[in-house]
Design a protein around this ligand. Sequence first.
Ligand SMILES: NC(=O)c1ccc[n+]([C@@H]2O[C@H](COP(=O)([O-])OP(=O)(O)OC[C@H]3O[C@@H](n4cnc5c(N)ncnc54)[C@H](O)[C@@H]3O)[C@@H](O)[C@H]2O)c1
Length: 311
Amino acid sequence: MRILITGGAGCLGSNLVEQFLPQGHEILVLDNFATGRREVVPDGIKGLTVVEGSVTDKDLVEKCFSDFKPSHVIHSAAAYKDPDDWQEDANSNVIGSIIVARAAEKANVKRLINFQTALCYGRPDVVPIPADAPTRPFTSYGISKTAGEQFMMMGATPTVSLRLANITGPRLSIGPIPTFYTRIKEGKGCFCSDTQRDFLDMEDFIDVMGVMMTEDAPTGIYNISTGEGKSIKDVFDAVATYLNIDPGEVPVVPPGDDDVPAVVLDPSKTEADFGWTSKISFDETIRRMLQWYDEHGISAIHSHLKLPAKN
Ligand SMILES: NC(=O)c1ccc[n+]([C@@H]2O[C@H](COP(=O)([O-])OP(=O)(O)OC[C@H]3O[C@@H](n4cnc5c(N)ncnc54)[C@H](O)[C@@H]3O)[C@@H](O)[C@H]2O)c1
C-alpha cells in the first residue's frame, strides 16, 4: 500500500507508521506538528516521507496526493488544543477534512479511513452508544469533527469513519492515565470526575486498522471500542496500585459542564461486519500504558476539555 497519513506525527498516526512501515508499505506523513512530534517521524527512514504543513493548505495537500499517489489515506490530523479557538478547530477539522476528501476523490484513492471522536454523540440517550445514535456534539472539537466527518462521508472515495474509544498506548499524553501517573508520583492531589470511559489498547486498535485497510471491506460509520465502561476512579485506583503508592482519599466530583457522564461505545456493528473484537483487558491495557511511561516518560499533556474552575 501507499498510505498517506495526515497527522502522522501524532499519537495514533505514529503508532500506525510504526506498524505499517516494517511491513514494506510506503508512507507519506503530512503534519503541522501542532500536537504531534517531529522526532517520532525522523528524516532518512526508508519508505517514509514527511511533509510539514497543514491539511488546510489546499495546494500543498494536492501536491502531496499528486506526487505520492496514495492508494490509501488515513485522516488522523485534528485540532483540539484550545477549546476556545473555534476558528482553528473549524479550519483544521472541517476545511482540512474537505480538502483531504476532495483530493482523495481526485486521486482515485482506494480507501479513506477517518478518525472521529466519541464526543460526536454529545450526551447520548443510550449507553453503550450504538453507531447509529444521533450526533449531538456541543464542544468546538466535537462540532468541527462532526461536520468534517459528514463531508468525508459524502465523498466518492470508499470511506470508513471510526468513532474511537480512548485509545491507550505509546505516546498517549492526554487524559486521566498520564495525569494520574504524573500527579500521584509527584505526591500532588488528584480528583476524579464522576464519569465513565471506554479504554481500548493500542494493540487492538492496530489490529482493527489492519482489517479496515482491506480494499473490499465495508464502508460507513463504526464504533471502535471495548464496549466496557470504566470509571475515572477505576483508572485512578489502577494507577495507584501499579505505582504502589497510597494516595489517600480522592474526591469524586460531578462532571464539568463540557464533560459527558458516560462515553462507552457499542462495538457490536463493527464486530458483526468486520469479525473483529477487542482482546486486551482493562487491567492489562492500563499496565502496558504505565510500563511505557516508566520507560519513556510523558512529554506533554494536552486536553480538549476545560478543567473545572477550582483547578
Ligand atoms: N487517541 C484517541 O483515543 C482518539 C479518540 C477519538 C478520536 N481520535 C481522533 O484520532 C485522530 C488522532 O488523534 P491523536 O490522539 O493521535 O491526536 P494527536 O494530537 O496526537 O494527533 C493529531 C495530529 O494532527 C496534527 N495536526 C493538527 N492539526 C493539523 C493540521 N491542520 N494539518 C496537519 N496536521 C495537523 C498534529 O500535529 C498531530 O500530529 C484525531 O482525528 C482525533 O480526533 C483519537
